[in-house]
Design a protein. Structure first.
Length: 442
């Protein structure tokens, strides 16, 4: 039985925004790396590797752009562009793009295996179709069906890569059930939202080009290039944002059940709160000036004055792209969190920065404050999963990871990611139990 979330309501805002001129500049930026490679290849002698280089650069660009827009969609910034601060640091975007690439590689494995098993037969190769690479042997029925599913999976994997807290969660059945359970209709809505607007633009404009081309072919071709860039920008923006918003709606605990129309503003809040909160209450003043004032008061021993400056400097740093400075100030006032008056989205951004800075303890404490305030905060839940992964993989402290997983299950047992955390806990407990010197305490 299908369920309905806040995604259909956010869908319209994202589609509407895609018709802006920003889509043209997005397409232009996306085409720039590939264009530079083409120019470089054209300036020298042709080689067999030119086409491969162009393909690799284009696919890499698409992965990064779609992943970036997916993070914008997860953050709920329906009007945000490629450089929206709501999407977080570019390092996280590259990790999301790598996760997306891993899922695509997993999708191609059956074709690669078939090529190795059946390759080399004379006359066996036929041109591919759809998403199937050219030159592969004839596909059996199951692989043909798998190829057709690639259209749907191309959207599902973007949502999974954006929602997964790490590489270990990519193939977690619990995560996929949470994202797609009973939501096939909404997934097809996202697919229609990606292809519909560009197709509409082309259907409106192409007759004009058809009338002009016979008389002015060069003019028509010249005008067609920006139109093509505009359409490419729309597709990249829509696929990323819609898949990100789709994932955010599934991770928002309040949206798991149908909600009456009169409660619609509250229903939208989990998926759009981060971007909306930052735009609704922008900090006044220059972050650097406020940081200098805070530093001077702290050095002079004026703790009340430093706290007052911190209340202005932290939101200003987060709103204007200086999360590192904001986290530095915040770290000095952890014991006065109530006095800082920070919203949950700000706490999540600060915790993300603390984790990047290596202050795992402060990051974990901050995520826990956000989760204590709202057990349905999916971003805080995912942040603590990253903390547990750090303890497990980098610090080699499985017992600390166990503590984090147990806290999550105790504090937010109804979270859509709780089952995934339970699976991770069982796995870590088995690993820790095999170490005689590190028994797991109940």
């Amino acid at each position: 039985m299908s369920s309905r979330t806040a995604f259909p309501r956010v869908f319209g805002e994202i589609v509407h925004d895609s018709f802006s001129v920003t889509s043209f500049f997005t397409g232009l930026l996306a085409a720039l790396p590939t264009g530079l490679v083409l120019l470089f290849a054209a300036s020298g002698p042709r080689s067999k590797g030119d086409a491969a280089a162009v393909l690799v650069v284009w696919m890499g660009t698409v992965l990064v752009f779609v992943s970036r827009f997916a993070q914008v969609g997860v953050a709920g910034d329906t009007e945000g562009g490629l450089f929206s601060s709501a999407a977080g640091p570019w390092g996280d975007t590259l990790l999301a793009a790598t996760r997306l690439l891993a899922l695509w590689v997993a999708w191609t494995l059956p074709f690669v295996a078939w090529a190795f098993l059946k390759g080399g037969e004379p006359g066996a190769e036929v041109p591919g179709f759809g998403l199937v690479p050219y030159g592969l042997p004839r596909l059996p029925l199951l692989l043909s069906l798998w190829s057709g599913l690639g259209v749907v999976l191309s959207f599902a994997v973007v949502a999974a890569a954006a929602a997964a807290p790490g590489f270990g969660a990519l193939f977690s059945p619990a995560l996929w059930r949470t994202l797609f359970g009973g939501r096939l209709g909404e997934l097809f809505l996202a697919i229609a939202g990606v292809f519909g607007p560009p197709l509409t633009v082309l259907l409106v404009v192409l007759p004009v080009f058809g009338a002009v081309a016979p008389r002015q072919p060069k003019l028509a071709l010249t005008a067609f290039v920006p139109l093509l860039l505009y359409a490419v920008g729309m597709v990249l923006t829509l696929q990323g944002k819609l898949c990100g918003a789709f994932a955010a709606a599934s991770l928002a605990e309040d949206d798991l059940e149908p909600i009456p129309d009169e409660a619609a503003p509250q229903a939208v809040t989990p998926s759009v709160a981060p971007g909306a909160s930052e735009r609704a209450a922008p900090a006044a003043g220059d972050p650097e000036s406020l940081h200098a004032i805070w530093q001077a008061r702290l050095a002079a021993g004026d703790l009340p004055g430093a706290l007052e400056a911190a209340r202005a400097a932290i939101p200003a740093g987060l709103a204007k792209g200086s999360p590192k400075a904001a986290a530095e100030i915040y770290r000095q006032h952890l014991d006065r969190l109530d006095a800082l008056g920070l919203e949950r989205p700000a706490l999540s951004l600060l915790a993300d920065q603390l984790l990047r800075d290596g202050d795992v303890a402060a990051a974990a404490w901050t995520y826990s404050q956000a989760l204590d305030a709202e057990p349905g905060d999916a971003k805080a839940f995912k942040g603590l999963l990253r903390v547990a992964e750090h303890h497990l993989e980098k610090a080699k402290a499985p017992l600390e990871a166990v503590r984090v997983y147990r806290y999550l299950l105790e504090r937010a047992p109804g979270s859509p990611l709780a089952e995934h955390a339970r699976d991770l806990l069982a796995d870590v407990e088995r690993r820790a139990a095999r170490e005689p010197s590190s028994p797991v305490r109940p």
